[in-house]
Ligand binder design. Sequence first.
Ligand code: GDP
Length: 297
Amino acid sequence: MFDGLTERLSTVFDRLSGRGVLSEKDVEEALREVRVALLEADVALPVVKDFITKAKEAATGEAVIRSIRPADQVVKIVYDGLIEMLGGEEPVPLTIALNPPSVILMAGLQGSGKTTTAAKLALRLSKMDRKKVLMASLDTRRPAAMEQLATLGKQIEVETLPILAGQSATDITRRAMSAAKLGGYDILILDTAGRTTLDEGMMSEAAEIARISQPAETLLVADSLTGQDAVRTAKAFHERLPLTGLILTRADGDGRGGAALSMRAVTGLPIKFLGAGEKVDALDVFDARRVAGRILG
Ligand code: GDP
């Protein structure tokens, strides 16, 4: 799997003599290669620095296992470090509240893939988990976004809250909550309004909706292709909203996976899913092993 980095490290280690432990100098040389690999994968610089410090501690003085090449051994240490930084091998499942409806609040910038991802989640919860799901769009400024959710709902056979003109986002939230209660829905997915840039109005509206709806999950949807901007977005949202997890979209176009590592490291939030295409079933449970493999290349 990790041929790219393993090969680079082999070149470093081929120059080294067959000592019994990984010396500080060997490790430093190897980690220089790791640093380049991480930066090439678009991992944020402070995250790279922090990672290298930890990997150095883990690797220095570690006995060279005779049956394993030193290069493979360092790759293993780096791989384990990446998995840890990505939150471990086990995916973090969605939290569902004991008392229905369990609210999932979707937040994110316009264009990040939020509405599509709301439908992907709804499809997954209704088809795989057999939950009764209701979706509601709160994007009162963009009627097209409300229509988009309604269209997606029809396509995946998941109910959407009827659109009523003239209601505020908080009005719609309250209406959606009572409709979900009365209709015996298990899950209510609220698709908040996005803006193209970080915006105080968007943040305070989303925070108010979170206060009213008390979501079991508040998920930030971010475009992995926007790299460091996605990291800044995640940080800004995390400061204003009680986020519980991240969903990274366009993982299908992101061969590097660096945004995932940076966002996880900067926010400490679990990445729950990866969007892997435009189709409504293109949603993968986040798998740290796959992302670590991609980062190591
Ligand atoms: P919103 O403005 O954040 O609600 O974004 P939309 O849900 O309308 O998505 C914007 C565009 O991105 C649409 O054309 C989607 O089909 C596309 N999109 C969303 N998620 C993904 C993904 O994971 N991969 C790819 N390739 N396209 C996606």
